[in-house]
Design a protein around this ligand. Structure first.
Ligand code: BES
Ligand code: MN
Ligand code: ZN
Length: 523
C-alpha cells in the first residue's frame, strides 16, 4: 500500500519524482458549463509559486499547455533543474467554488493514475478550502481549509487510486508509486495526523477487501479463506475462532451447512472478536461469504456467474473492518461473523423444497437454492446475537434486485432501527459511499415469507426482491437488538475502471463501516 506522510516543509524544496499542484477552471456562465473549458485555468497560490520557479507565468503559456483546470485534467512539465523534483503535475480542480470532499478524493485518484511511473510525489492540495455540497449539488459556498477533511479525502483518493491487483500476472509493473507526502502549514500538522491514521486504516480495509474479492474462487474456498482471514488478523489483538463443518453440525448451523453441502470444500463460520477493555459498546458485523455462487441446483446462466467470485465481499468487509478497528485501537467491542460457503450444484447439493433447520431453531423451505445468502446470514445473525452484540449490521451481496433499483454506485440500507440507520447514512456520506434507505415494510409484505411446509420459505417471487430478502433476515434478529442490513450486490464490484478503482472489487462499503465504528466510539 502507498505510504503517506505529512510535512510542513516547503513544497518547492521537495526532493521527489513529482510535485503536484492544483489549477482551477475559470468561473463561467452556467450555459457554458457542459462543454469543457478552453480558457487558461487559475493556478492555486502553491501552483503559482511552482510555475514562477519554472518560468511559466503568462496565461497564454497555460493556454498553450492546455492547462484549463478542468476537473481531473493533467498537465505534466519537466522541471529542468529549476526544482529538486524531476517533474511537476498541474492537476485540474474544476471551478474555484466547487472543490468538494468527493472531488478532492477523485483528484487524489487521478494523481495516483498520472503518477504511475513515478515512485515518490509531494503535493500541497491538502491546503485547499473544500466545501460540502448541498443535497441538490447546488448552494455551493466556498469553505475554509479543514486539514482533517482534506487530508482524509486526498489520502484516501491517492491510496485507492494507486491500487492494482497483479498477484496473478506474470509481468507485474516495473515501477509503482510508493510514497506521497502531503505538505501543510505547521499549525495544521497536528489536527491532520488523526485524519491520516483514519484515512490509512479505511483505505487499507478497502484494499484488503479488493484483494480478497479479486482472488480467483479456486484460491479462496471456505477452509482456505478462513485460513487467510486468520493470517490477516494475526498479531492484531483480535481473537479468531473458526467453526468447521463438524462444529457447525454440532451447533445446528443448518443454513450454512445446507448452502455448503454441494461443494467438496466444506463451509466455515469465522468469528472475529475485537474486545478492548475500555469498550463503550458491543456491535457485530455479519458478512455473507459465498466464495463462489453458481446458484446451486437452481443454477445461474453462465454470464450471471462471471462476477460471482465477488459473493464473499460482505465477509471480506467484515474481516477488514474488524482489523481496522483493532489497528486504530477503537474502544468498541466489534464481533465479526463471516459465513463462508461455496454454493455448488452436485449430487450432495440442497434440493429445491428441502427443509433445513437454522441455528435459531426456525425451519426454512429452500424454494430456490440461488437465494443462499439469506440462509447463511440467518445463522450468522443468530450467532452474533448470541455473542451479546446490541447492534448488528449485516453486509451482503444479496440480491440482483438492488442493482435494478439503485445501480452499481448506491447500496441499499434496510432496518427498523432509525438511530442505527441514521448513523450509517451519516457515515456513508462522510465516506462518499452512497447509501439509500429502503423500507422494511413488515406490515405489508412479511406474510409472503410463510413456508408451505416449514416456518419460512427463502424466496417469494420477483417483486420487492431486496426488501423480501431483508424481511427474511429480520426474522432472525432477536427483539431488543438494533439491526441494519446493507445490500451491496451493486456496489461491491465495478465493471469499469475509474480514478479510484480498477475493474473488479471496489472495497465498498468498508470505509463507511469503519467511520461508523469511529463514531460509535466517540458517542
Ligand atoms: N449473489 C446473488 C446476488 C447478486 C446478483 C450479487 C448480482 C451480485 C450481483 C444472490 O445469491 C442471488 O443469487 N440472489 C438471487 C435471489 C433470488 C433467487 C430470489 C437474485 O437476486 O436473483
Ligand atoms: Mn445466489
Ligand atoms: Zn449469492
Amino acid at each position: 500500500m502507498l505510504e503517506l506522510d505529512l510535512t510542513d516543509a516547503s513544497l518547492a524544496d521537495a526532493a521527489v519524482d513529482l510535485v503536484v499542484v492544483g489549477i482551477h477552471a475559470q468561473a463561467r456562465p452556467a450555459e457554458e458549463r457542459d462543454v469543457p473549458p478552453s480558457a487558461p485555468g487559475r493556478p492555486t497560490p502553491g501552483a503559482a509559486a511552482v510555475l514562477a520557479a519554472l518560468g511559466v507565468d503568462a496565461a497564454e503559456e497555460l493556454a498553450a499547455l492546455g492547462a484549463t483546470g478542468a476537473l481531473g485534467s493533467c498537465v505534466r512539465l519537466a522541471t529542468r533543474g529549476a526544482l529538486p523534483a524531476r517533474a511537476v503535475l498541474l492537476v485540474g480542480l474544476g471551478p474555484v467554488d466547487g472543490v468538494t470532499r468527493e472531488r478532492l478524493r477523485r483528484v487524489g485518484g487521478v494523481i495516483a493514475g498520472a503518477a504511475a511511473r513515478d515512485v515518490t510525489l509531494a503535493t500541497d492540495l491538502a491546503t485547499l478550502p473544500i466545501v460540502v455540497l448541498g443535497d441538490a449539488g447546488a448552494d455551493v459556498t466556498p469553505g475554509t481549509a479543514d486539514p482533517a477533511e482534506t487530508v482524509r479525502a486526498l489520502a484516501e483518493g491517492l491510496t485507492l487510486g494507486a491500487y492494482r491487483f497483479d498477484a496473478y500476472r506474470t509481468r507485474p509493473r516495473p515501477v509503482q508509486l510508493e510514497r506521497a507526502t502531503l505538505h501543510l502549514a505547521s499549525a495544521d500538522l497536528e489536527p491532520a495526523r488523526a485524519a491520516l491514521s483514519l484515512a490509512r486504516a479505511g483505505a487499507r480495509a478497502a484494499l484488503t477487501v479488493r484483494d480478497l474479492v479479486n482472488t480467483p474462487p479456486q484460491d479462496k474456498r471456505p477452509p482456505v479463506l478462513a485460513e487467510r482471514v486468520s493470517a490477516l488478523l494475526e498479531g492484531t489483538g483480535v481473537t479468531v475462532t473458526v467453526l468447521d463443518e463438524g462444529a457447525l453440525a454440532a451447533g445446528g448451523y443448518g443454513g450454512i451447512l445446507a448452502v455448503g453441502q454441494g461443494s467438496s470444500a466444506p463451509p466455515r463460520l469465522v468469528e472475529l472478536d475485537w474486545s478492548p477493555p475500555d469498550a463503550v459498546a458491543h456491535v457485530a458485523i455479519v458478512g455473507k461469504g459465498i466464495t463462489f455462487d453458481t446458484g446451486g441446483i437452481s443454477l445461474k446462466p453462465s454470464e450471471a456467474m462471471e462476477t460471482m467470485k465477488m459473493d464473499m465481499a460482505g465477509a471480506a468487509t467484515a474481516a477488514a473492518v474488524v482489523r481496522a478497528a483493532a489497528e486504530l485501537a477503537l474502544p468498541v467491542r466489534v464481533t465479526g461473523v463471516l459465513c463462508l460457503a461455496e454454493n455448488m450444484p452436485s449430487g450432495t447439493a440442497t434440493r429445491v423444497s428441502d427443509v433445513l433447520t437454522t441455528r435459531s431453531g426456525r425451519t426454512v423451505e429452500v424454494m430456490n437454492t440461488d437465494a443462499e445468502g439469506r440462509l447463511v446470514l440467518a445463522d450468522g445473525i443468530a450467532h452474533a446475537a448470541e455473542r451479546g452484540a446490541s447492534a448488528i449490521v449485516d453486509v451482503a451481496t444479496l440480491t440482483g434486485a438492488v442493482v435494478v433499483a439503485l445501480g452499481d454506485e448506491i447500496a441499499a440500507l434496510i432496518g427498523d432501527d432509525d438511530v442505527l440507520a441514521e448513523a450509517l447514512l451519516a457515515s456513508a456520506a462522510r465516506a462518499d459511499e452512497p447509501l439509500w434507505r429502503l423500507p422494511l415494510a413488515k406490515d405489508l409484505y412479511a406474510d409472503k415469507l410463510e413456508g408451505m411446509h416449514a416456518d419460512l420459505r427463502n424466496v417469494t417471487g420477483r417483486p420487492a426482491g431486496t426488501i423480501m430478502a431483508a424481511l427474511f433476515l429480520h426474522r432472525f434478529v432477536p427483539p431488543g437488538v438494533a439491526w441494519a442490513h446493507l445490500d451491496i450486490a451493486g456496489v461491491a464490484w465495478s465493471a469499469e475502471a475509474g480514478p479510484l478503482r480498477t475493474k473488479g472489487g471496489t472495497g465498498a462499503p468498508a470505509r463507511t463501516l469503519l467511520d461508523w465504528l469511529v463514531a460509535t466510539a466517540e458517542r
